[in-house]
Design a binder for this molecule. Structure first.
Ligand SMILES: [Zn+2]
Length: 275
């Protein structure tokens, strides 16, 4: 569940574009806390493609024992996430990380912060030490002050995202078909796949995110001589072509987010991949 959203966030992180303060919104507390912990793990991971799940930072994070990941939680009532917690975070944030390059604070049930706690948090969100990341976890972003919201990037695990999981399998399959068409230089096949995207921009975005992930992994395996998840791809395409494909995916996702129309996006997608 939520794998697509996580993969998208990991991609953003791997491109060094993840905001230092993010907010995860979901009515399902267990899901959103899991997602927050997976993101924290990726942030402290010391491998090039994060999270690797095998470095010591990843292992400690998975066991909830990483010294640079701290979880602060409110209770069930407003005000239970005390301003004292925020002061403690502020003091602790001034100390350099122990083992990782970054320190991560997960603030669960941040909606139970009093206004004074949120205002205290705002100060650190505005000028955090360069090595600090914050992940706020709330049932709904509407519980946070607009000033706090203006400092964070919101990711919603809404029903739409949850129902993504069936679509996620489809995105992976489609990404494989697209890459196989690119390897064979089969323009007709690619056009056929792209026709389906004309009416479904979201599917196109998800497919591009997945292609980006697969190509980044293949590229890293090429550069480091490690085994790839997808050996055929690593063998068939040059590093330059793999980089170009990730750039195309990036561009398509940005254009889709900027509301470019579906027909145009699908055409661009094909012409850029085959050229
Ligand atoms: Zn790792």
């Amino acid at each position: 569940m939520n794998d697509i959203l996580l993969n998208q966030i990991f991609d953003i992180l791997n491109r060094n574009k993840l905001s230092h303060a993010i907010l995860i919104e979901s009515g399902d507390e267990e899901s959103r806390l899991n997602v927050a912990k997976r993101i924290a793990q990726a942030i402290v991971c010391s491998s090039e493609y994060k999270p690797c799940n095998s470095c010591s930072n990843c292992k400690k994070a998975a066991g909830d024992v990483h010294a640079d990941i701290a979880l602060f939680e409110g209770g069930t009532t407003v005000g239970s996430f005390k301003v004292d917690f925020v002061r403690e975070i502020s003091r602790d944030a001034a100390i350099l990380p122990n083992e990782a390059d970054r320190k991560v604070y997960i603030l669960n049930r941040a909606e139970t912060m009093s206004v004074s706690a949120q205002n205290a948090l705002l100060k650190i969100l505005e000028e955090p030490p360069a090595y600090v990341s914050f992940i706020l976890s709330v049932p709904s972003k509407s519980a946070m002050l607009p000033t706090v919201l203006s400092r964070v990037t919101v990711y919603s695990l809404t029903e739409e995202v949850t129902s993504y999981s069936a679509d996620a399998v489809k995105a992976t399959e489609t990404a494989d078909s697209v890459l196989s068409a690119v390897i064979k230089n089969n323009e007709l096949e690619l056009l056929k796949i792209a026709t389906e995207f004309e009416k479904d921009k979201n599917a196109l975005k998800m497919c591009c995110a997945e292609i980006y992930r697969i190509c980044s992994e293949a590229l890293i395996s090429k550069l480091t001589d490690k085994d790839s998840e997808n050996p055929e791809l690593a063998l068939s395409l040059s590093s330059a072509k793999l980089i170009k494909i990730t750039e195309i995916c990036d561009e398509i996702i940005n254009s889709a987010n900027a509301n470019m129309n579906g027909n145009l996006l699908a055409t661009l997608f094909c012409s850029k991949l085959i050229s």
